[in-house]
Ligand binder design. Sequence first.
Ligand SMILES: Nc1ncnc2c1ncn2[C@@H]1O[C@H](COP(=O)(O)OP(=O)(O)OP(=O)(O)O)[C@@H](O)[C@H]1O
Ligand SMILES: [Mg+2]
Length: 332
Amino acid sequence: MASNAIETRELSKNYKELKAVDKVSLVVEKGTIFGLLGPNGAGKTTLISMLVTMRKPSGGSAKVNGFDIEREAGKVRESIGIVFQDQSLDDELTAKENLEMHAAMYNVPKGERRKRIEGMVKLVGLEEQLNKEVKTFSGGMKRRLEIARGLVHHPKILFLDEPTIGLDPQTRTSIWDYIKKLNREKGITIILTTHYMDEADSVCGKVAIIDHGKIIAEGGPKQMKNELGGDVVSIECANSEKCRKQLEGFAWVKNAVKHGGTVDARVEKGEEKIPKILAFAAKKGIMVKSVSLRKPSLDDVFIHYTGRTIREQEASPGAAMRLRRKAWGQKR
Ligand SMILES: Nc1ncnc2c1ncn2[C@@H]1O[C@H](COP(=O)(O)OP(=O)(O)OP(=O)(O)O)[C@@H](O)[C@H]1O
Ligand SMILES: [Mg+2]
């Protein structure tokens, strides 16, 4: 048996000139919840699509559950579950019918189907909705059903591409709870992508940050934050760009990034720097509305490696359109 769930070696995907995935070498141990984090267009979906054998690599190789994604694509497919970015349930069918169709497609023995379906539906808390048509479901219920469906054939790895995008914060929390439970109770390895850094932080045992097709950092979220060290001082002010530029000029400021009307400055011993910051702001005529101090988050780790915040990317047309599509429950 393979000891790792995923192993990739210089896995690449080019679209003409564009290196969507650029020589990614990655190991994911069995039983991990692994998060691929990155802004829109970073290459997350492309990378996962190759691992689930939906797209062919341009170069490199990968093994999933010990099977080669090109030479043993069928075996890879049998051993994994997929929940992708765009919804793919049949709205006209009931939850049960959707699950039955999937079980049949994956050759789950007839005698076992009912038991498996009931088990999975219970896991995601949809027992009451089993015989209702999917078109009557909320976005969160659909997502949970998709997760149940991805599990009916008992895969060893579940791939989730943006499992919580377009959902409200409360529903997002419940989806993450189900994902954690799945991993804990069934020992399933989970590979997921997400924009929500704070959520990845609380859910994932390991994360990799991907930007422009390359993995630029990886490790445990806690370890990555600790390695960054120091504090983050957030300054909310009227002329934030001026404030950011000024702060960047100080040797004791490791980096300063602006998002909206707030500037985040990463410094050592933040409590000692706050008075300095307030003094310079007063001198330069920068109107400070509030100042706060915190330990680095995964967002700050992202900023450290890429020089920008992941939030800057969120409003891109692609993401916005997907969000709208989800909100309307529209199909591809
Ligand atoms: N079929 C395709 N043909 C050409 N370019 C593509 C294709 N699919 C993706 N790309 C490009 O490859 C890059 C990576 O896209 P990908 O969908 O993997 O990003 P992502 O990290 O999943 O982004 P998002 O967060 O928006 O889902 C992007 O620049 C995208 O425009
Ligand atoms: Mg994507």
